[in-house]
Design a protein around this ligand. Structure first.
Ligand code: NAD
Length: 260
């Protein structure tokens, strides 16, 4: 399948082969897309990321802490130098201080709130702003959300607030960028629980996976879960979703539709 032949994607948020971003990369790569990656700075992380993405023959490997404007500018300069222009931006990253995910929500500090919303939600806006001049017409931006944005999920706490902000940011960016002459689309995927490094930080992931097994209409607690997300990302990054923007699409085996 070469649905994305001739297209180029810049992907933020691959840490290892378990990362949702990695599974998105796999689908885009299989569809013929050229890939570039950005990762948190640091030798150890870089080694891990290089190992995870080398099979995709990356054209860009740019260090970037998304809480730093100068890092973001440098990453897009690197992408511009390697790609010229590109078609797809993948934002698959989030962070909140550990204590804000373990303490009661009421105890969330101002600093934890600022950090979680800065890294997990504002970063989509700042990446989109740098990406827009480099993106080709009819390009696509996607980000990753979670049900906690809409419903109470134990211990998701300030990350839930960040995901609600992220989904709202998707709608506002979609309205502005869609009306712009390039007509860039912006969408979120709300993924079901998947065992990644970030998910382990939330805690009770094993209990959650059992709950998904019991409740989701489709099998979810399987090795294919992240692949399902990658396939929807491929749809959102391709011509097939040419009329879709500002949406949050659930890819969770139907978990979110079940009340009881
Ligand atoms: P992951 O740990 O593999 O990926 C998280 C990424 O965020 C890592 O690459 C990490 O380096 C990056 N990151 C954190 N702080 C950063 C910063 N300051 N600058 C740049 N990068 C930074 O975990 P994942 O589950 O693949 O997470 C990807 C996205 O999917 C996140 O937005 C997460 O909230 C979302 N999501 C995950 C699940 C799940 O159950 N795993 C469900 C729904 C949504």
């Amino acid at each position: 399948m070469s649905m994305l032949a001739g297209k180029k994607a810049f992907i933020f948020g691959v840490l290892n082969e378990y990362s949702i971003g990695w599974h998105i990369a796999e689908q885009l790569h299989n569809a013929g897309c050229q890939l570039g990656f950005s990762h948190l700075p640091g030798e150890k992380i870089e080694r891990r990321v290089v190992k995870a993405v080398e099979r995709f023959n990356p054209k860009v490997l740019a260090p970037c802490d998304v809480s730093k404007d100068e890092d973001i500018k440098a990453a897009f300069q690197q992408a511009g130098a390697a790609f010229g222009t590109f078609d797809i931006l993948v934002h698959s990253l989030a962070f909140a201080p550990a204590e804000s995910l373990h303490n009661p929500f009421l105890q969330t500090s101002r600093d934890a709130w600022k950090m979680a919303l800065d890294i997990s939600a504002y970063s989509l806006l700042s990446l989109a702003r740098e990406a827009q001049p480099l993106m080709n017409p009819n390009g696509s931006i996607i980000t990753m959300s979670y049900l906690g944005a809409e419903k109470y999920v134990p211990m998701y706490n300030v990350m839930a607030v960040a995901k609600a902000a992220l989904e709202c940011t998707v709608r506002y960016l979609a309205a502005e960028l869609g009306r712009d002459e390039k007509h860039i689309r912006v969408n979120a995927i709300s993924a079901g629980a998947i065992k990644t490094m970030a998910a382990r930080g939330i805690g009770d992931i094993d209990k959650m996976m059992v709950h998904y097994t019991e409740k989701a209409p489709l099998p979810w607690n399987t090795d294919d879960a992240a692949t399902h997300v990658g396939k929807t990302a491929l749809y959102l990054c391709s011509e097939l979703s040419s009329g879709v923007t500002g949406e949050t699409l659930y890819v969770d085996g139907g978990y979110n539709i079940v009340g009881w």
